[in-house]
Design a protein around this ligand. Structure first.
Ligand code: C5P
Length: 284
């Protein structure tokens, strides 16, 4: 017997800034985003089996639709189509720790982790970025899972070096539909991201963030006003900087230290025991 393969981490994706700069003829939006990936996330495990199966555990398991639309199964089927003869049946299990439809890439990151885990399991050596894009605009960046600037519809990636950032993630338990948020945008011709400083220490990062935006925050707040409450509470808990990630509703607060982030998370949890609140750190 082989030892079971280690679980593949599916980190949360945090858009530190997201500018909507245009729109393609097919309706997809052009954007520029600085994104980081955190130690908090889901986990995907694969094991050989007599037939394919997919099971979900973890705090948000009950919220996940398990039909064929699930991105994990779509990732499995898309990768198998590349190598139908070597892609033997697999039992996939997903530990769902991140809230669903929450702007931190959960489903996209699960799909990317499934591609990484199954490519290793099936020994498929292919560039998976093109396949990833067929699963969703955010899946290529989740496949890279490193600090980056994403352009195009999210698939043109440029790696950047950032310091590890202590973060608190807060989601109020309201699912926000990404297409609805994009539809509710007032402007689609916003300026691009300001240029990144050559050296991004914590102070340069904080200064730069104040010159950038998340253009999806205003339309998301119009659809889910509780997002304003989340941002206010993060500020009351002491964050020097709070912003919404992706199309929401998850917001992040940036902290000076992991200890300060952990303290703020404890305070926030006392006030809102039913919200998803996680102190975490971004990975390089
Ligand atoms: O690609 P994905 O299925 O993750 O995107 C979900 C929806 O979000 C798209 O159908 C589209 O309405 C919107 N979207 C967009 N522009 C992007 C990414 C997503 O308009 N760059």
């Amino acid at each position: 017997m082989h030892a079971p393969a280690p679980a593949e981490h599916a980190p949360a994706k945090i858009n530190l800034a997201l500018h909507v700069t245009g729109r393609r003829a097919d309706g997809y939006h052009l954007l520029e985003s600085l994104a980081v990936f955190t130690e908090s996330g889901d986990n995907v495990s694969v094991a050989p089996a007599a037939e394919d199966s997919f099971s979900v555990t973890g705090p948000f398991a009950a919220h996940l639709p398990l039909n064929g639309d699930n991105l994990v199964m779509r990732a499995r089927d898309a990768l198998r189509a590349l190598a139908p003869h070597t892609a033997t049946p697999v039992a996939i299990s997903l530990e769902k720790n991140l809230p669903i439809a929450s702007g931190i890439g959960g489903g996209s990151s699960d799909a990317a982790a499934t591609l990484r885990a199954l490519a290793r399991h099936w020994r498929i050596e292919a560039d998976l970025a093109v396949l990833a894009l067929t699963l969703g605009a955010d899946v290529p960046m989740c496949l890279a899972a490193k600090s980056l600037v994403a352009r195009g519809i999210g698939e043109v990636l440029e790696a950047v070096t950032l310091p590890p950032l202590p973060l608190v993630l807060v989601n109020p338990g309201v699912a926000v539909s990404t297409p609805d948020v994009f539809r509710a945008l007032e402007r689609r011709d916003n300026p691009p991201l300001p240029p990144l400083p050559a050296r991004m220490d914590a102070e340069a990062m904080a200064n730069w963030l104040r010159t950038a935006r998340n253009d999806l925050e205003a339309p998301a707040r119009a659809l889910a006003p509780v997002i304003g409450d989340v941002l206010d509470r993060l500020k009351q808990a002491g964050t020097p900087f709070a912003r919404m990630s992706g199309s929401g509703a998850t917001c992040f607060g940036l902290f000076d230290s992991n200890e300060a982030a952990a303290r703020a998370a404890t305070t926030l949890r006392k006030d809102q025991p039913d919200w998803f609140i996680a102190a975490t750190t971004s990975m390089r």
